[in-house]
Design a protein around this ligand. Structure first.
Ligand SMILES: *Cc1c(COP(=O)(O)O)cnc(C)c1O
Length: 391
């Protein structure tokens, strides 16, 4: 596909390029499930749970219906409910906070580190009260939150941590600890655009705690231990066998795809630096390390997110040249209409608000070519050169 300017179209995600080459293997797995007539949970889900637990280095993994339900059922397992508070970031996908509110608890926001976009550990303590029932750090864009100080605070206060690792499967924090394995529970999403994507909705809860594992397995099937004997109120949070079969095929390729994403990120970093866009126009490339530590984390780049002056105009210009980008996220959670009753206003979390005005995700998917990346950076250069002339 070519746009009128002659540039190749560059998509923000390219599922056709990802799934196309795997079609035979995928159809074979789907056929196996169809012939088995076992469509809910079962051996396909168990195999995927074992393989994801091994990848994430956790004792247990429980397949659930989505990343959102992974968050919801994790909080249910902790007994989060009305009167409780859950500390989290205002700069994430909606469901991190939505799940807290759905259980009747109050989300308590802590601003982000403006360089990594993850929750700022230095501000967590001040947000905690005797009602704090859990902390939910999000590993945004595929980079782990700065977990050590968060773990210290949580341990000192005996408050559990649920990691929202929906964007971070296989990411590593210093000492190679895996995303989702550091807190009491970790939540994964297999939404089609995540690094490991299903053919629909799917998710997983990770834990090292046998009791939580058992509890979540029960909550996943309406709180029933034995069929039709309900110990507590759960829900239908089950993972389909078809999705599990698809995911298990794709899982074999995840390591290679992650390496490609990381290579693409590295290439963007150097192309952007060389182009002068950083120095002359204030473009900021993503950071894969925290200031306090001299360790570069294993960022899996679910998104490659830059900070860009005149972001919206840049995005429009790129779109006019056939280049897809996305804004994650244009409205921080504390300013969402549905959370009005929390009483927040503009200015409450300036770093999250700043990010919402300036961040832009460039295409970084594994199928992206070096040529396409050069095109993206070249077109960005055209945009800023034009802007300069207009002044
Ligand atoms: C995708 C995502 C979720 C929700 O996952 P779904 O599978 O879409 O329900 C939760 N948190 C974050 C940070 C996400 O990116």
């Amino acid at each position: 596909m070519t746009s009128s300017s002659g540039n190749m179209a560059v998509r923000i995600v390219d599922l056709e390029a990802q799934n196309g080459p795997l079609q035979e293997e995928l159809l074979e797995a789907l056929g196996r499930v169809i012939r088995s007539q076992s469509f809910i949970l079962g051996p396909e889900v168990e195999r995927l749970e074992t393989n994801i637990a091994s990848l994430s280095e956790t004792g247990f993994a429980i397949g659930v219906s989505s990343g959102t339900d992974a968050l919801l059922v994790s909080m249910m397992a902790l007994g989060v409910g009305p009167g409780d508070e859950v500390v989290t970031t205002p700069y994430s996908f909606f469901s991190t906070t939505g799940s807290i509110s759905r259980l009747g608890a109050r989300p308590v926001f802590v601003d982000i580190d403006p360089r990594t976009y993850n929750i700022d550990p230095n501000k967590i303590e001040a947000a905690m009260t005797t009602r704090t029932k859990a902390i939910i750090p999000v590993h945004l864009y595929g980079q782990c939150a700065d977990m050590d100080p968060i773990l210290d605070i949580a341990r000192a206060r005996r408050v559990p941590i649920i990691e929202d690792a929906a964007q971070a499967i296989g990411a590593e924090y210093k000492d190679q600890r895996r995303a989702g394995s550091m807190g009491d529970m970790g939540c994964l999403s297999f939404y089609p655009t995540k690094n490991l994507g299903a053919f629909g909705d799917a998710g997983m809860v990770l834990t090292n705690d046998a009791e939580l594992d058992e509890r979540i397995r029960m909550l996943r099937v309406h709180g029933a231990g034995r069929r039709y004997h309900h110990h507590e109120l759960g829900g239908n949070f089950r993972l389909d066998s078809l999705q599990a079969a698809v995911l298990d095929v794709k899982l074999k390729y995840l390591g290679g795809w992650t390496r490609k994403r990381r290579e693409n990120a590295k290439r963007y970093n150097s192309l952007l630096e060389k182009s002068g866009l950083c120095e002359e126009h204030g473009i900021e490339v993503p950071r894969a390390s925290y200031e306090r530590q001299n360790v570069v984390d294993y960022h899996i780049y679910n998104q490659y997110v830059i900070r860009a002056p005149r972001r919206d105009a840049l995005r429009e210009y790129l779109a006019s040249k056939g280049i897809g980008t996305q804004v994650y996220y244009p409205v921080p959670l504390h300013l969402q209409e549905c959370f009005r009753d929390l009483g927040h206003e503009v200015g409450d979390f300036p770093s999250a608000e700043g990010a919402s005005h300036e961040t832009l995700a460039l295409p970084v998917h594994p199928e992206l070519t070096a040529n396409q990346q050069q095109t993206v950076v070249k077109v960005m250069g055209e945009f800023y050169a034009g802007q300069k002339l207009q002044k």
